[in-house]
Design a protein around this ligand. Structure first.
Ligand code: UDP
Length: 468
């Protein structure tokens, strides 16, 4: 892209592996287009699983990208009544306190042409305004999710009940299939401080100069049209939306033992179960999954974490699970010829792209969704937290690239459902048809990213807009 050679952008991914990983892919895209990139990193307040490892790997693999760790803010004041704040509020406080170090860092750079921020880094809008820097979002979820969430502040303002009270009532949003109130992010309950913080996040998003979305436009045409037609944000202009994805990490953890295990399995024979960077289940649910997998008779690769107690401490995720104690008696022994259980973490992208993998039971995090689809894997959707229930609606109803695991919204997904859906996807004609649909999208996604493709063109258009 002519003229872009002198450009210099700073990417600001905020917190969380699921936000950092695609931002690193975006950094690589900038570099490929001749733009110099610095990723300004925020050190997690607690030792988050795999964050440091992800940073170290990204830095080692991408010497052309500068990674700069911002100095952490002073520890927060303890709350006046002694009760810990909602984890989302802690997150916003922490990121808000990062404004000063971010501002100092941006000022220290010789020239910056734009700041690209994660959706949670809403306060960084103030830093950009103060420094008169163009500011763009890199939205790490889909266009459908963006369409709904941008619309939420105005919908919420017109309601006198909470979304929670609406229960299973079906809501309609421009650009989206019907969505149950209960499928909105759980934090959207009545007037809680956390829900206000989320509303504010999306209320302020239109202040930006544009939104880069990690999606393939042809997968989400309805939502993209609604966004571009300004239907999602009434009463003010929606910034330009650029669909530049799917940007997915390349994997490359060749040495992991589970990949050797997969090497010994037949083509497309293994169901992979993995629930994001944070997903956990109680022991009773782990047992149901185990029984279902055993009865299905199918091969499986399953990532199991320690159950989390109510205080939701992230540190507990660091504890290695005791598989013998968590899973039914004798399960590991009885299934050892056709199943492998991994503790806490898998090299997910490599597993999904392995020829032996044949289906993906996923929590519907957006990165996992894109990683599954670009690997040609049919999705069995088991949403857990954040915007994942909404993603499930888009995956199942709109994109038709997966089916839901019934019971995800109740107490439990029963063993029978695990068995039935696993058999369905691996053995039935309909399961095969689903895989064919995903494989077609996989090809379309690869085309979109090539020169001349829609995502490539959208990124070039963004660079041109940045130039002017
Ligand atoms: N991931 C992984 N191994 C695991 C679990 C997760 O490599 O065992 C990666 C996964 O490939 C994805 C990211 O962690 O890139 C999770 O992001 P996603 O948006 O799917 O979910 P989140 O963790 O943000 O809920």
């Amino acid at each position: 892209v002519s003229g872009a050679m002198t450009k210099n952008v700073v990417l600001y991914p905020g917190l969380g592996v699921g936000h950092l990983t695609p931002m690193v892919e975006l950094a690589k895209l900038f570099v490929r287009h001749g733009v110099a990139v610095t990723v300004a990193l925020v050190e997690p307040p607690v030792k988050a699983p795999n964050f440091s490892a992800t940073v170290a790997r990204a830095a080692a693999n991408n010497p052309t990208i500068t990674f700069h760790v911002l100095p952490p803010p002073p520890p927060p004041e303890p709350s006046s009544d002694g009760t810990p704040k909602h984890h989302l509020l802690q997150l916003f406080d922490y990121l808000g306190a990062m404004n000063a170090p971010l501002r100092d860092f941006l000022r220290s750079l010789r020239a910056v042409d734009a700041l690209v921020i994660d959706m949670f880094c809403v306060d960084a809008l103030d830093v950009a305004a103060e420094l008169s820097l163009p500011v763009y979002y890199f939205y790490a979820s889909g266009a459908g999710d963006l369409a709904v969430m941008l619309n939420i502040p105005s919908v919420r303002a017109g309601m006198d009940t909470s979304f929670t009270e609406l229960g299973d009532a079906v809501l309609s949003f421009p650009g989206a299939p019907p969505i149950k109130a209960s499928d909105l992010p759980a934090e959207m309950s009545k007037d809680s401080e956390a829900s206000k913080a989320i509303l504010r996040m999306f209320q302020r998003m239109p202040e930006s100069d544009g939104i880069l979305v990690n999606t393939l436009e042809s997968l989400e045409t309805r939502a993209v049209r609604a966004l571009r037609d300004g239907l999602c944000v009434p009463n003010r202009a929606t910034p330009p939306v650029y669909c530049i994805g799917p940007l997915v990490s390349g994997g490359g953890e060749k040495a992991h033992g589970c990949l050797r295990w997969l090497d010994a399995q037949p083509d497309r024979s293994v169901v992979f179960l993995s629930f994001g960077s944070l997903g956990t289940f109680p022991k009773t649910q782990l047992e149901e999954i185990a029984v279902g997998l055993e009865r299905s008779g199918q091969r499986f690769l399953w990532v199991v974490r320690s159950p989390r107690s109510d205080d939701q401490s992230l540190n507990e995720l660091l504890q290695e699970p005791d598989l013998e104690a968590l899973l039914p008696d004798g399960f590991l022994e009885r299934t050892k010829d056709r199943g492998l259980v991994l503790r806490s973490w898998a090299p997910q992208v490599d597993v999904l792209r392995h020829r032996a993998t044949g289906a993906f039971v996923t929590h519907c995090g957006w990165n996992s969704t894109l990683e599954g689809v670009t690997a040609g894997q049919p999705l069995l959707c088991w949403p857990l937290y954040a915007e994942q229930r909404m993603n499930k609606v888009f995956i199942v109803e709109e994109m038709k690239l997966g089916v839901e695991m019934r019971g995800y919204d109740k107490e439990m997904v029963m063993a029978e459902e695990v068995e039935t859906k696993v058999r369905w996807v691996m053995e039935s004609e309909d399961g095969r048809a689903l895989r064919e649909r995903v494989l077609a999208v996989k090809d379309r996604a690869a085309e979109a990213l090539k020169e001349g493709g829609s995502s490539y063109a959208a990124f070039v258009e963004f660079l041109e807009d940045l130039e002017s």
